[in-house]
Design a protein around this ligand. Structure first.
Ligand SMILES: [Zn+2]
Length: 398
């Protein structure tokens, strides 16, 4: 289905497979996992597996083995396609390692089907081999899906993630600009701060209790885990997952609110090392600040907003009123910024957020207009338009 102006997105739904369907999915995953590991082996023994070569091998293997023939060809081909893509990326993307074997004990099932392999009938997901699975349709699909990924999470729940096209709803008209610093997401306007709710902290005692229970029941290597251990493990995982989901939800709601109401969004280009070892770091880790930033940048770009990433150097020690940089770094315990030149006083993080916005706005004028010290540092590291943000015009000095 083709729409005029649209975007390709994933819609994910919970699946409720019965015992037979779950067994079928697990068996399917077993075969796909075996194929993936076979491809890894090929690569490690110097065979340079491409998708074409791997599909040929798959055809031969399916002719020989009835075990493979029992599984869906679509799922098996898609596994190899994913593998070939992962291998390609490992050469092109810096820091990405070669695909590794998927071990039975810790690789989570993930199966991919194209329209040749799946259909939706009577509101159920139908997969090859007569497998039908009820779907929890929490919302309607905007168009016919072009593919689906069926996967299981670490709690054992199954999901179907459909790839669909949808029309883009135009973002609400907005004016104004906002600066976002990551001292637990303080913005230029207090109404738009990301609230720190400490989801992980709230359940840390409960989690620790279960982790202790697991530790007491852990058996030596090679021995099968005890029933007590097996009971405690999913309980601990469930608590951790719940906190993570609450964080994701908060970040999404917050990012939407910020993006809907601002035309320009200046974001501190947060580096995790900047926050190392402090109370702030714990709070930031608790609220999953990195994920919140990703969400904000992505949403801003999708809505066609002007998203600017500002390097974090000296933002806390520069006055947002007059632009003077303080002689000394503010200690982590100092919560109030006080300017020695103009006497401006503000909350430390609020001042930093305003400096970030000011830097972004000055960056638009060009490198020569920027007089202040923030920009002369670090080899002219000015407002950076990251390669990941292609829509931004090149700003300032490169
Ligand atoms: Zn000042």
């Amino acid at each position: 289905m083709l729409l005029g102006v649209g975007e390709t997105v994933r819609y994910t739904f919970r699946l409720r497979p019965g015992a037979a369907a779950e067994a079928a999915l697990s068996a399917e995953w077993g075969r796909c996992r075996w194929l993936w590991n076979e491809a890894v082996h090929q690569q490690r023994s110097g065979c340079r597996p491409t998708f074409g070569r791997l599909s040929k091998l798959l055809t031969e293997a399916r002719a020989r083995s009835s075990w493979l023939r029992d599984g869906s060809q679509v799922a098996q081909q898609q596994t190899l396609r994913t593998y070939a893509l992962a291998l390609q990326h490992s050469f092109r993307v810096k820091g990405r390692g070669r695909p590794r074997p998927k071990r039975r004990k810790d690789a989570l099932p993930s199966l991919e089907y194209t329209t040749r392999g799946f259909s939706i009938r009577d509101r159920r997901l139908r997969l090859p081999g007569g497998v039908t699975i009820p779907v929890v349709w929490s919302r309607e699909l905007p168009s016919d899906p072009s593919s689906v990924r069926v996967y299981q999470d670490c709690l054992g729940y199954w999901y179907a993630s459909f790839v669909v096209r949808r029309e883009t709803a135009p973002a609400p008209v907005a004016e104004g600009a906002i600066g976002v610093g990551w001292g637990v997401a303080t913005t230029t306007d207090a109404a738009y701060d990301l609230p720190y709710l400490g989801h992980r902290k709230r359940c840390s005692a409960e989690l620790a209790k279960l982790q202790r229970r697991m530790a007491r029941r852990r058996r030596s290597k090679g021995a099968p885990p005890s029933n007590g251990y097996l009971r405690a493990k999913p309980q601990a995982a469930k608590i951790a997952k719940k906190a993570a989901r609450q964080n994701t939800h908060d970040a999404r709601v917050w990012a939407k609110k910020v993006v809907d109401n601002h035309a320009t969004i200046a974001v501190e280009d947060f580096q995790p090392t900047f926050l190392a070892k402090s109370r702030m770091a714990r709070q930031a880790a608790d609220a999953a600040i990195g994920a919140a930033k990703r969400e904000l940048v992505e949403r801003g770009m999708r809505a066609g907003r002007k998203v600017v990433l500002v390097p974090p150097a000296h933002t806390t020690m520069t006055c947002s009123q007059c632009g003077t940089r303080a002689k000394h770094r503010l200690g982590p315990g100092v919560r109030v910024f006080r300017c020695d030149t103009c006497g401006h006083t503000a909350c430390r993080d609020r001042n930093a957020a305003r400096t970030i916005l000011a830097t972004a706005e000055r960056g638009r004028a060009g490198a020569d207009d920027v007089r202040h010290a923030i920009t002369s540092s670090r080899g002219g590291a000015l407002v950076r338009s990251e390669s990941e943000i292609p829509r931004l015009p090149a700003m300032g000095k490169r």
